[in-house]
Design a binder for this molecule. Sequence first.
Ligand code: ZN
Length: 483
Amino acid sequence: MRWRYFLLFILFAVPRAPAEGLPDLGDVAQSDFSPRQERRLGESIMREIRLDRTFYDDAEATDYINSLGERLVARSPDSRQNFDFFLLQDNQINAFALPGGFIGVNTGLLLSSQNESEVASVLAHEIAHVTQRHIARMLAQQKQSQITSLAALAVAILAARASSQAAQAAAAFGTASVIQTQLNFTREHEREADRVGVQILEQAGFDPHATVSFFERLQRATRIYEGGAPSYLRTHPLTFERIADVQNRVEHLPYRQVADSLAFQLIRAKLRAETESPREAVAYFEESLAERKFLSEMASRYGLAVGLLRANEHARAGKELAAARKLAAQPSPIFDTLDCRLRTAAGEAAPAFACYREALKTYPNYRALTYDYADALLQSGQPETALKLVEARLQVYAEDYKLYLLQARGYAMLNKPLAQHRAQGEAYARMGNIAGAVEQLQIALKSGGGDFYLLSATEARLRELRRINDELRRESGKGPAPR
Ligand SMILES: [Zn+2]
């Protein structure tokens, strides 16, 4: 996991020219590093992150963090920028921005926060790093300091990840005076990200004072952690000036009682229930309910239900879920999803399918329901119904790679290799693996199946993907891919 610190080290603290040579912080230095290049670099980093075992690929939790993020982005200075929020299963309190608007959030941040405004305050700060183009400026600078190609940067990031010795890699950057320059520079960016972050937070209707309470939580955590400061502090140094600065900013703003959303409470309980062993999760929620040590009884009962499902105690899980629903007094697709999952796990095929159909009527856009239902259909040997469900959804969400993966499974069951590998290729293309996509389409065309229309459409798509692949290789200093 240390590679992530190093990644930020590259992005935020690379050795660079003295500060007087920098563009104004209000200025935009993107002339030699276009937003499109930045996005592509971000995508290539994401391709690696998705393969990392800490990547927390849960549709419900990811949708939650994205909806929270989008609510903030809508109030940011540059709401046209693409943003993608993703989760990493890591107990360290941290969040970080990558090139291209990709923002990573550790599960530890959600679990250690006391309210939603605190989480929002950290996201707003990261969003500000992106909208103020701090990363673009760093990248532009990299070019000047002759770490020219995207490939070199990507390789440096990956090498750091493989070696896992961030300290060693960081030492290669040299002298104390260089580090001092980096820190000065970082402080300016931090101050600006704090200033813009507080504005975003306030305008999005959260409590701006949460920024200060989160800082205080970090300081307490610093004293508790044996291994030193939480990783957030290593990448966003929390200096005395920084705290005082934010305190001054929020001092005159009124306190706001902002109720946590139902989704925040449930997702946090779900993270707790799913990132520990089933036994530990059940014990944790049983104890917090018995001692009434919880932020919300409703969320704790839901968390217990998730833990009990994992421990194969379906009947008890159903009871806890019903209790949580009653306490919540408002509906949520998160309850319905768990309800249908419970029925599926208990082997009640017909009631489970009815549950999914009903829930999708109410929440047609809820990803987790579609994925789970399609998966349950495939598992019970109904690929045609699964494919119909997936294809209807692809009409609306053509960029969702998970739908293509489900489609590939369905076609494989129907023994349709052309369609199967084509779907697999489309999934890879959307995961940023263009070379893999090209390979899948080649396999598809060689498989011998399919009608004239499908064959020629696949050939056309293969030509397009090859063109993109060559373009990417050119950008990273390689020649065109061998045919
Ligand atoms: Zn920062």
